[in-house]
Each structure stands twice: as structure tokens, then as C-alpha cells.
Write a protein that binds this ligand. Structure first.
Ligand code: SAH
Length: 447
């Protein structure tokens, strides 16, 4: 574990990555063959993996179509019949109405998503070797990104997009944080922890299975140490900046790794600027802005703990604390106050929490996004930049852009899209699973 700012960034981490990759056995199925989109060919399998004890699910007629496009979810309404008595998390075989094998999937009667696909290959067993192949594949994808040169906080496994529905694994230096968001991965908890221990040799594996999604799966929240010992103080280096990470009590798994590239981008536009960072959490964008030479950075969040950590982060990086102002407030109210005070900024960041976890919340969320963005536009000086985000699964890229266009119109500003923004490359999106692209953002310039 590293906590000293003077320690060379991620030395241990890159070594661990290398050893993990070396341990990936070439004899295993080549991961590239698994991830390259194969043409959908419906052939009757000659051999089905010997899990003959497992239950079989038969879909209603026509309901196999999304599976044939390799979308990994089976909704409860698509199921015609179940042969056997599968429990939550059990592996089942999925068949079309005309008895064609489609997939091996994890079953969960408590969720609207009653099946999540493990494998499209009839002869593939879902066992410890399966998890080792999948996890090794995800690790080698991250290794190829070469992130570890100057960042040692990495998303190692991005759920469905890495072929492991519901499984998030974030690496913070030599600690892994596991989030089990589906009954399938919940069932395989110990196997997954064993494989991660074997491939990554972390100092600690900590479980943060307390996301909202678990409730929808009928699973209770679970948190705590799974392997090793949790270090008292944990920090990561990101693009040369050090951030404390509270994996036990922080938000999500402790840090918002998805914004790494976007934080670095913002830092390039802050020289001599007045910056407003809304929903700042532990100061991510604020620290990059300070390092980028900002004249002033006002940061707002409703979490006192996050703001305290943000201030420690400024000190740990020897940045000028006099240029940073921290405000514990509700952003919706804080923006109105700034408007009434006639304050103006050159750069504004709006990175709110998930307003719409699913499409059902989209309308209400759209009003909230429009509100903060309209106020943001009004606080910008001419030529100013707005970096605005949505991490809501229920809001599409198109809808987000429309909402922001409406906000600009109502604010009476002309805004140009300078760049469309997404999560960092360690959050890849499986092409057959567009839901994986939950984070969308726009870099806008007002005239
Ligand atoms: N930009 C941050 C991540 C933001 S996460 C980063 O780069 O790390 C969203 C943040 O919004 C959380 O820190 C949460 O505490 C805060 N938050 C949620 N609702 C809020 C509200 N109404 N007003 C202010 N902050 C809020």
C-alpha cells in the first residue's frame, strides 16, 4: 500500500499487472476469440456441457431474437416455461421455443432480468475455470491500455461488458474492491475471490455489494473484507495526482474511476480561469483544475466527508489551498445563490449523481438535468466552457444532448459541442450491450 506522495506512482501495481498477465495460461481459450463479434449462426449444438442436473428455460416464440444478437439479458416476460427448480444464482440452460440451445445463464426469479448470460457456447462449463478465463481476459485488456504508467486506480472488470454480468472489480493500488450486483455473481463470490487472489495477489479484497441494483435483484447489502487485511489509509495516483480512497465508507467502490480521462481533459483548460466544480466528491476535477493553473476553484458537494477528503487531497499534492474554496451545499440551491450574487465563471463542471437509474425515471431526471445546466449556462462568461455529464443508465446520449440543447436555449446562449465525452477506456462497452455506456458527457463552449 502506498500513501506517501513521494513514492513512485504505481510501481507495485504495474508489477502486479505484469505478473497477472504472465499467469494467464496460453492453453486457455484465446480471449480475443470470445470478444470478437461472431456472426449469429443458429446451428443445433451437438454437445451441451455436462451440467445435465441444471434446469432448462424455454423462451416464448420470437423471444430468442435479442439473445441471437448476443444481448445478455433474459427478461421474465420472455420465459415460456422452466423445467426443473432453479434457485437464485443457479446456472440454467436457455432454449428457444423450437428447442435450439441459446445460452448458459444465471437464473434469478426475484429480478425482472431473470437470466444473465454466462456463455453462448453449448459445450462450455460454468465453473472455476470459466471464471479464471473471463477474469484473466479482462485483466489482459486493462494491461494492454498501459494505464499503470501513471495511474494505479483501474476498473479491472466492467460487468456485462467483460462477459461477467453484475460483476464490478475496481483496483486501488494493491487493494481490489468487488461489487456483486446480480445473483449469478453473488452465487460465485468465493470462486471469484479465489481467482482474483490467484491472478492479482492483492493485499486485500474488499466487498462493496451495497448498490441499489442489488435490491432489484432481491439481494441484501453485503460489505466487508473477503481476503487479506484492509489498510488503514489507502490512496491512488491518477495521472500523477494522489487521491485518498475510502473504500469502506466512500461512495460507489470508493472513487469515480470512470472520469479519469475527463478530469485530465478539464485540467488542460483551466490556466488563469475561475472554475466552478459542482458535485465535486473528493475533489477530482478541482485538483486537476488547480494543477492546471486555475485562478480560483469553487467546489460544491453535499457530503461533508467527501469535502474533508478533497481538502486532504489538495494538501497531499502540495496544491495552493488559497485558490480553492469548498462549499457543503445542495447544488440546486447553490447554483441559484451564485446566479443571484451575479457570480461568473470561465469553466463549470456538472457531474451529478445518477438521477435516472432506469428509463422509468427519465422524465423526472430530465427536469433535474435541465435545471442545473440552465443555471450553469447562465453563470458562464462569454467563451466559457461547460463540462456536463450524466451517469444515468435511463438517459440515452441523444436524450442528454436534447436536454442540454433545451437548457442552452432557455438560458439564451449559443453553445457548441467541442467534444463528446465518455467513460475512460478501462470501462469498455460490449457492442451487443449498449447499456454499458452509462456515462455520457459534453464539453460545450458558449459564445
Ligand atoms: N465528479 C466527482 C464525482 C461526482 S459523484 C469525481 O470526479 O470524483 C456525485 C457527487 O454528488 C457525490 O459526491 C455526492 O455526494 C454529490 N451529491 C449528490 N447529490 C447532491 C446535491 N443535491 N448537491 C450537492 N452534491 C450532491
Amino acid at each position: 500500500m502506498s500513501s506517501s506522495p513521494s513514492k513512485p506512482a504505481n510501481k507495485n501495481s504495474s508489477a502486479r499487472h505484469r505478473s497477472a498477465t504472465h499467469r494467464f495460461k496460453p492453453g486457455n481459450r484465446d480471449w480475443r476469440k470470445q470478444t470478437v463479434a461472431a456472426p449469429v449462426v443458429r446451428t443445433a449444438p451437438t454437445q451441451i456441457a455436462d451440467d445435465s442436473g441444471s434446469a432448462r428455460i424455454f423462451l416464448k416464440s420470437e423471444k430468442e431474437k435479442s439473445l441471437l444478437r448476443r444481448h445478455p439479458w433474459i427478461f421474465s416476460g420472455a420465459i415460456a416455461s422452466i423445467h426443473g427448480a432453479p434457485q437464485a444464482g443457479d446456472t440454467v440452460q436457455v432454449f428457444s421455443a423450437d428447442n435450439q440451445f441459446l445460452a448458459h445463464a444465471a437464473y434469478n426469479a426475484h429480478s425482472q432480468i431473470s437470466g444473465r448470460v454466462w456463455s453462448w457456447q453449448a459445450d462450455e462449463m460454468i465453473d472455476a475455470d470459466f471464471f479464471e478465463r473471463k477474469i484473466a481476459s479482462a485483466i489482459s485488456t486493462r494491461h494492454a491500455l498501459n494505464l499503470s504508467r501513471d495511474s494505479n486506480g483501474v476498473r479491472l472488470i466492467h460487468a456485462e461488458s467483460d462477459g461477467l454480468p453484475g460483476l464490478i472489480v475496481d483496483q486501488y493500488d494493491d487493494v481490489l474492491v468487488l461489487q456483486l450486483g446480480s445473483s449469478g455473481v453473488d452465487f460465485w463470490r468465493d470462486t471469484i475471490a479465489d481467482v482474483l487472489q490467484k491472478l492479482c495477489s492483492p493485499r486485500c479484497i474488499y466487498e462493496r455489494s451495497d448498490s441499489d441494483g442489488r435490491e432489484r435483484e432481491g439481494l441484501p447489502p453485503v460489505t466487508g473484507v473477503l481476503r487479506g487485511e484492509l489498510p488503514a489509509d489507502l490512496s491512488i495516483v491518477e495521472n500523477g495526482l494522489r487521491f485518498g480512497v475510502d473504500i469502506a465508507a466512500g461512495q460507489k467502490t470508493g472513487f469515480y474511476l470512470d472520469q479519469r480521462d475527463n478530469r485530465a481533459l478539464t485540467g488542460q483548460f483551466t490556466q488563469d480561469k475561475d472554475v466552478l466544480n459542482c458535485f465535486c466528491y473528493t475533489g477530482g476535477f478541482s485538483l486537476y483544475a488547480l494543477r492546471g493553473g486555475a485562478k480560483s476553484v469553487l467546489s460544491t458537494d453535499s457530503s461533508e466527508e467527501a469535502l474533508a477528503m478533497a481538502q486532504r487531497n489538495v494538501a497531499a499534492n502540495n496544491l495552493d489551498a488559497n485558490k480553492a474554496e469548498w462549499q457543503c451545499a445542495d447544488v440546486f440551491a447553490a447554483l441559484r445563490k451564485l446566479r443571484d450574487q451575479n457570480r461568473k465563471f470561465d469553466v463549470i463542471i456538472l457531474d451529478p449523481p445518477k438521477f435516472a437509474p432506469t428509463a422509468a425515471f427519465a422524465e423526472k431526471a430530465a427536469r433535474a438535468y435541465k435545471d442545473i445546466n440552465l443555471l450553469g449556462f447562465k453563470l458562464l462568461r462569454p467563451g466559457g466552457l461547460l463540462f456536463t455529464y450524466s451517469c444515468s443508465g435511463g438517459i440515452t446520449d441523444d436524450l442528454f444532448q436534447k436536454i442540454i440543447a433545451g437548457a442552452a436555449l432557455d438560458a439564451g446562449v449559443d453553445a457548441q459541442i467541442v467534444k463528446k465525452l465518455h467513460a475512460s477506456a478501462d470501462h469498455p462497452v460490449l457492442m451487443s450491450f449498449p447499456e454499458g455506456a452509462y456515462l455520457k458527457g459534453l464539453m460545450l463552449r458558449v459564445s
